[in-house]
Design a binder for this molecule. Structure first.
Ligand SMILES: [Zn+2]
Length: 126
Protein backbone atom coordinates (compact mmCIF):
# COMPACT_ATOMS: atom_id res chain seq x y z
CA UNK A 1 0.00 0.00 0.00
CA UNK A 2 1.29 3.46 -0.85
CA UNK A 3 0.63 6.33 1.48
CA UNK A 4 0.91 9.97 0.48
CA UNK A 5 2.60 12.48 2.78
CA UNK A 6 3.04 16.21 2.50
CA UNK A 7 6.50 17.27 1.44
CA UNK A 8 8.42 17.83 4.65
CA UNK A 9 9.84 21.32 4.29
CA UNK A 10 10.30 21.66 8.04
CA UNK A 11 11.22 19.33 10.90
CA UNK A 12 7.69 19.76 12.30
CA UNK A 13 6.11 18.58 9.04
CA UNK A 14 8.42 15.58 8.94
CA UNK A 15 7.52 14.82 12.54
CA UNK A 16 3.82 14.93 11.68
CA UNK A 17 4.42 12.75 8.61
CA UNK A 18 6.34 10.22 10.67
CA UNK A 19 3.49 10.09 13.20
CA UNK A 20 1.11 9.36 10.32
CA UNK A 21 3.53 6.70 9.11
CA UNK A 22 3.40 5.07 12.54
CA UNK A 23 -0.40 5.13 12.32
CA UNK A 24 -0.15 3.55 8.87
CA UNK A 25 2.54 1.09 10.00
CA UNK A 26 4.48 2.38 7.00
CA UNK A 27 7.97 1.04 7.64
CA UNK A 28 9.33 2.24 4.29
CA UNK A 29 8.62 5.87 5.03
CA UNK A 30 9.96 5.58 8.58
CA UNK A 31 13.15 3.91 7.42
CA UNK A 32 13.68 6.46 4.66
CA UNK A 33 13.31 9.45 6.96
CA UNK A 34 15.79 8.60 9.69
CA UNK A 35 19.55 8.60 10.10
CA UNK A 36 19.18 5.66 12.48
CA UNK A 37 20.19 2.19 11.37
CA UNK A 38 17.81 0.46 13.75
CA UNK A 39 14.93 0.06 11.36
CA UNK A 40 11.25 0.15 12.09
CA UNK A 41 9.96 -3.33 12.83
CA UNK A 42 6.20 -3.57 12.47
CA UNK A 43 6.07 -6.72 14.59
CA UNK A 44 6.86 -4.45 17.56
CA UNK A 45 3.70 -2.47 16.89
CA UNK A 46 1.09 -5.11 16.06
CA UNK A 47 -1.02 -4.21 19.08
CA UNK A 48 -0.34 -0.49 19.02
CA UNK A 49 -3.18 1.89 18.24
CA UNK A 50 -2.00 5.48 17.88
CA UNK A 51 -4.56 7.91 19.30
CA UNK A 52 -3.30 11.46 19.21
CA UNK A 53 -0.35 13.71 18.47
CA UNK A 54 0.27 17.02 20.21
CA UNK A 55 3.18 19.09 18.99
CA UNK A 56 4.34 21.05 22.04
CA UNK A 57 6.95 23.20 20.35
CA UNK A 58 8.98 23.35 17.19
CA UNK A 59 12.15 25.41 17.05
CA UNK A 60 15.09 25.21 14.64
CA UNK A 61 15.76 21.51 14.11
CA UNK A 62 13.97 20.37 17.26
CA UNK A 63 10.36 19.27 17.77
CA UNK A 64 8.89 18.43 21.15
CA UNK A 65 5.76 16.34 21.05
CA UNK A 66 3.44 14.07 22.97
CA UNK A 67 2.04 11.04 21.18
CA UNK A 68 -0.58 8.86 22.80
CA UNK A 69 -1.16 5.22 21.97
CA UNK A 70 -3.11 2.29 23.30
CA UNK A 71 -1.81 -1.22 23.77
CA UNK A 72 -3.95 -3.99 25.23
CA UNK A 73 -6.41 -1.45 26.58
CA UNK A 74 -3.81 0.70 28.35
CA UNK A 75 -3.01 4.21 27.12
CA UNK A 76 0.63 5.25 27.01
CA UNK A 77 2.27 8.60 26.48
CA UNK A 78 5.40 9.07 24.43
CA UNK A 79 6.86 12.49 25.27
CA UNK A 80 9.94 13.23 23.25
CA UNK A 81 12.11 16.07 22.07
CA UNK A 82 13.34 14.99 18.65
CA UNK A 83 16.28 16.35 16.71
CA UNK A 84 16.16 16.47 12.93
CA UNK A 85 18.95 16.95 10.45
CA UNK A 86 18.94 18.00 6.81
CA UNK A 87 20.65 15.48 4.57
CA UNK A 88 20.92 16.30 0.85
CA UNK A 89 17.97 18.68 1.10
CA UNK A 90 15.75 16.20 2.98
CA UNK A 91 14.85 16.40 6.64
CA UNK A 92 15.51 13.23 8.62
CA UNK A 93 14.90 12.17 12.17
CA UNK A 94 18.27 12.03 13.92
CA UNK A 95 17.72 11.31 17.61
CA UNK A 96 15.54 12.18 20.54
CA UNK A 97 15.39 12.75 24.25
CA UNK A 98 12.58 10.97 26.09
CA UNK A 99 10.73 12.44 29.04
CA UNK A 100 9.10 10.34 31.71
CA UNK A 101 5.77 12.21 31.66
CA UNK A 102 2.42 10.94 32.84
CA UNK A 103 -1.02 11.62 31.44
CA UNK A 104 -2.73 14.16 33.68
CA UNK A 105 -5.86 13.01 35.52
CA UNK A 106 -7.71 16.11 34.36
CA UNK A 107 -6.47 16.07 30.77
CA UNK A 108 -9.10 15.32 28.17
CA UNK A 109 -8.86 11.63 27.50
CA UNK A 110 -6.51 10.78 24.61
CA UNK A 111 -9.09 8.26 23.32
CA UNK A 112 -11.14 11.20 22.03
CA UNK A 113 -14.21 10.68 24.23
CA UNK A 114 -14.03 14.35 25.39
CA UNK A 115 -14.31 13.14 28.98
CA UNK A 116 -11.55 13.77 31.49
CA UNK A 117 -8.91 11.04 31.57
CA UNK A 118 -9.73 10.16 35.20
CA UNK A 119 -13.40 9.65 34.26
CA UNK A 120 -12.55 7.57 31.21
CA UNK A 121 -9.64 5.33 30.20
CA UNK A 122 -7.61 5.96 33.37
CA UNK A 123 -9.76 3.22 34.90
CA UNK A 124 -8.04 0.71 32.61
CA UNK A 125 -4.52 1.79 33.49
CA UNK A 126 -2.27 -0.64 35.33
ZN1 LIG B 1 -10.90 7.47 27.19
Amino acid sequence: MNFIYKKALTPEQLMRNRYEAFVNKDGDYLNNTTTQTTFYDKTHYLNTEWLKLDVISAKDNTVEFKAYYREDGVIHLLHEKSNFIEVDGMWKYDNGELFNSKIGRNESCPCGSSKKFKKCCMKNQL
